[in-house]
Design a protein around this ligand. Structure first.
Ligand code: URA
Length: 432
């Protein structure tokens, strides 16, 4: 029997733990035999000391072994593709990618997480849809992917329960931005979920956990390595998170933008990312098509309305109302105006993410309830010219006081210049 305090101490002192020790620690935590405070202390020791490749592998295995796994491919008789993002501000990619991929005839079954820190979570966004159930049993999940072609659920029941617990704990103990913990958290869910091929979206920049391209590459390589050990294909897109993705940040606001995107009215950066992710997923599927054909099919699913139909079928199948008019709306909407003429030189994603969190759209402690209606709509983004007094953003708030604080915080997220900053696309690098 391990002594958790001893493992914390040894990790704190920079020692490498054995696979059995990591397994006992994680499984003991998942069984409720090791308390939160000891795991939190261990995570903090990992923050300072890191994990070796062997430890990261053992951690991933222990997370998977903490619960059941799904043989989704076997159940469907198909090759299964999946995607996951490391988390960013305004990242509603799965909400648009899922319906497009499903409309192209590729089953899409995904386990998602809740918001972490200033980043939003797909489950929280989905729960802004009245009636939507994120907690399906594994059997319900498999049946839905088979019959509807699309399901996104939480880590409910017994799927990677250790990650579910750890994720909530890390969120409130400043232990989110740790490369091996992120790698094992993401890959344990993807491997337990039965994906044969995985497209990972590693966010890079101020609003992401990985602040630099170099750190993002290290995370991507660790995840590709975990995938290789498990004999799965993993492709990592490294994408820009210096500014919020798309225009909206906030749960219901992001659902709205995802639906606008699958009907052909999305903002350029978000459309670019969604089409890129879709074409990669389709080319890794059993359709036997290449990237260009994948992109062409994704574009036609948007143009011919089949992506929207797939969205509506999916939301209804999970008990939700797909009508956008049913989404909650914030009672107070305040404009943020440009203080000067110029060009938006920066729109700091982190600041906008924190502003949305402070409005009530995110959690400060792991049991906080969310306000699904609140958030920020950034009308002006990096590189856009603005005139003094013109609209930069809207703050959607519960009351006047929080709206006033939100306006101040969002304005502070903007930086203006006289010339356009260097322009680049959303995709910064690719690791396969
Ligand atoms: N996304 C995850 O699933 N896990 C993390 O640890 C961070 C982002």
């Amino acid at each position: 029997m391990i002594r958790p305090a001893e493992l914390i101490e040894r990790k704190r002192n920079g020692e490498e733990l054995s696979s059995d020790e990591i397994s006992e620690l994680i499984l003991g935590y998942a069984r409720g035999e090791i308390p939160d405070y000891q795991l939190a202390a261990w995570c903090m020791a990992v923050y300072f000391r890191g994990l070796s490749g062997q430890e990261t592998h053992a951690l991933t295995d222990a997370m998977i072994n903490s619960g059941e796994t799904i043989e989704l491919g076997k159940a469907l008789g198909r090759r299964v593709v999946d995607k996951h993002s490391t988390g960013g501000v305004g990242d509603k990619t799965s909400l648009a990618v899922g319906p497009i991929v499903a409309a192209c005839g590729v089953p899409f079954g995904k386990m998602s997480g809740r918001g972490l820190g200033h980043t939003g979570g797909t489950l929280d966004k989905l729960e802004s849809i009245p009636g939507f159930r994120v907690e399906l049993t594994i059997d319900e999940f498999v049946v839905q992917v088979k019959e509807v072609g699309l399901a996104i659920i939480g880590q409910t029941g017994n799927l990677v329960p250790a990650d579910k617990l750890l994720y909530g704990l890390r969120d409130v103990t400043a232990t989110v931005d740790i490369v091996p913990l992120i790698a094992s958290s993401i890959m344990s869910k993807k491997l337990a979920g039965g994906a044969d091929a995985i497209v990972l979206d590693v966010k890079v920049g101020d609003g992401a956990f990985m602040k630099t391209l170099d750190d993002a590459r290290i995370l991507a390589e660790q995840m590709v390595d975990l995938g290789r050990r498990a004999e799965r294909t993993v492709v990592c897109l490294l994408t820009d998170m210096e500014q919020p993705l798309g225009r909206t940040v906030g749960n219901a606001l992001e659902i709205r933008e995802a639906v606008e995107t699958i009907t052909g009215h999305g903002p350029a950066d978000f459309v670019e990312l969604v089409l890129d992710a879709c074409s990669r997923l389709l080319s890794l599927s059993d359709l036997g098509i290449d990237l260009d054909e994948g992109r062409r099919r994704a574009e036609s699913a948007i143009a011919d309305g089949s992506a929207l139909q797939a969205y509506e079928r999916w939301i209804r199948a999970q008990g939700g109302d797909p009508d956008l008019a049913a989404l909650p709306q914030a009672p107070v909407v305040r404009e943020v105006s440009a203080p000067r003429d110029g060009v938006v030189a920066r729109l700091r994603a982190l600041d906008v993410g924190i502003a949305a969190l402070e409005l009530g759209g995110g959690r400060r402690t792991k049991d906080d309830a969310l306000d699904h209606a609140v958030g920020v709509v950034c009308h002006a983004k990096r590189g856009e010219s603005v005139r003094r007094g013109h609209l930069l953003a809207d703050v959607h708030a519960r009351d006047d006081d929080s709206a006033a604080r939100g306006v101040e915080a969002v304005l502070a997220a903007y930086e203006f210049g006289d010339t356009a900053p260097h322009a680049h696309g959303i995709l910064l690098d690719l690791i396969e």
